[in-house]
Design a protein around this ligand. Structure first.
Ligand code: URA
Length: 194
């Protein structure tokens, strides 16, 4: 992603880089906005930054991110552009300072204008929700409290953190399933529309 103030993405970064719309701003090191190409064909939306992401200011750069990168390298054909972001941009920490399992609803709602602006900048044909929480907030028929353009197709994959927690025997199958879901959706909603 570019960083110049002259670009639309630069203006987006300026708007959100010091965001204080929710309490997560008090315990973060960095606002973690996005990585990848803008505009793009596919936007992947996870939950929120973990420790690695909070230190490096980039989404999906820890163990789950490494697995997601491997999945994407096998699922996304050359020439198809994608970017990664999260429901929230700041690491969710509990009172004891450790990362909580999920970002709180207030933080997800407070961060939704930023997510909507990011999706509007990317103009994707497909959104991949990474994990059930992102699916619940973005997909019609679930909680669906973050409205996005209905013409953008959506599919969901198991969160790579959950894949890493599954037994070694199940892991290969779970990874294969993520690859098939993404690659089929790209065939259907991206490459066939060119
Ligand atoms: N998990 C997520 O959901 N997002 C990240 O950026 C990293 C881990």
């Amino acid at each position: 992603v570019g960083n110049s103030k002259q670009t639309a993405y630069g203006a987006f970064v300026e708007r959100w880089k010091d965001c204080k719309r929710c309490l997560l701003c008090n315990t973060r090191q960095h606002v973690v906005l996005a990585r990848g190409k803008i505009p793009c064909d596919v936007v992947l939306v996870g939950e929120g930054p973990g420790e690695s992401e909070d230190s490096l200011a980039l989404p999906f750069v820890g163990p789950a991110g490494k697995l997601l990168d491997e999945i994407l390298s096998r699922a996304v054909p050359e020439g198809v552009k994608y970017s990664l972001t999260n429901l929230v941009c700041c690491i969710p920490r509990g009172d004891d300072g450790t990362k909580t399992a999920q970002p709180p609803d207030e933080a997800i709602k407070a961060c939704s204008p930023r997510l909507q602006q990011f999706i509007a900048l990317c103009k994707p044909k497909l959104i991949v929700t990474v994990g059930a929480l992102a699916r619940d907030y973005l997909e019609q028929g679930y909680k669906y409290s973050i409205k996005v353009d209905k013409s953008i197709a959506q599919v969901t994959i198991t969160h790579p953190s959950a894949v890493l927690r599954s037994s070694v025997a199940m892991r290969g199958l779970a990874i294969q399933r993520c690859i098939v879901v993404i690659s089929n959706a790209i065939d259907e909603y991206v490459t066939s529309k060119r």
